[in-house]
Design a protein around this ligand. Structure first.
Ligand SMILES: [Fe+2]
Length: 252
């Protein structure tokens, strides 16, 4: 088991924490237990999955979810591509979903680390060294995120960084479902380039976390970005469970 105060201290210091929870019969129990112990309240269903139209299309609208969603459809030994950096809950405004928790039921045969990028810490460095680039990243029209599920296109535009209730927060994401606002010119271009350099593997702001069976990763989703790296399923699928919460963890 884990020490709640140590976990909170680590989350406050760097925006995430990995610890061993142990094997359980109910794969969602660790998520519920951690939520209760850290005062996280009800698990949150992101807007993208909450609308009946969308959830009907992908058959997915529960607050506690399996990754992959369709465990029974996984081919043994099949490969899964990596993701680009993002914060969870693509349609929500900056700082709205403060916590994501992953619990590992079974790791991949190979690969499958989660890469964590301490985006807000990187942004503090940009503020100090290139204030104009930092200002462009905080522009309310800097970053558009979108999703197309079935016929429905959903999108959300906002700053990549900003302060929410006095806390520097991020919705940094940089992949196929994002567009940076060209109209903000070279300042934003420089800011994005700096973030791409700072989020490169092996840099001062990135951390590789490969969860073993029974381990948990708590992420301050409003402070750090993350991405799944490629992996290969074993005979049994790689299996994580996940829940998101609007509040940040705090010690009871
Ligand atoms: Fe994610």
């Amino acid at each position: 088991m884990f020490n709640e105060h140590e976990v909170i201290a680590e989350i406050n210091a760097r925006g995430f924490c990995v610890f061993s929870y142990g094997a359980v019969a109910d794969r969602f129990e660790p998520l519920r237990d951690i939520a209760a112990r850290f005062g996280l309240g009800e698990a949150y269903v992101p807007e993208l999955y909450a609308s009946p139209q969308l959830s009907g299309h992908i058959g997915y609208n529960i607050a506690y979810s399996d990754i992959p969603r369709d465990l029974d459809g996984v081919q043994p030994g099949s490969a899964v591509p990596g993701q680009s950096f993002h914060v969870d809950a693509l349609l929500e405004p900056l700082g709205a979903v403060k916590t994501s928790i992953l619990y590992c039921v079974r790791p991949a045969r190979s690969g499958g680390a989660t890469q964590v990028f301490r985006a807000c810490d990187a942004y503090e460095e940009i503020r100090a060294t290139d204030p104009d680039a930092a200002a462009a990243l905080a522009d309310s029209l800097a970053l558009r995120r979108f999703s197309t599920i079935g016929e429905t296109r959903s999108e959300s535009t906002g700053p990549a960084f900003g302060w929410v209730d006095g806390t520097l927060s991020t919705r940094f994401a940089d992949g196929a479902t994002e567009e940076w606002n060209d109209e903000l010119g070279p300042d934003l271009e420089r800011g994005v380039k700096l973030l791409r350099e700072m989020s490169a593997a092996g840099g001062a702001y990135t951390h590789d976390v490969r969860l073993q069976a029974g381990e948990c990763l708590i992420i301050r989703n409003d402070r750090v970005a993350h991405r799944g790296t490629p992996y290969v399923h074993g005979m049994l699928p790689r299996h994580l469970t996940r829940a998101m919460f609007r509040s940040a963890p705090s010690a009871s």
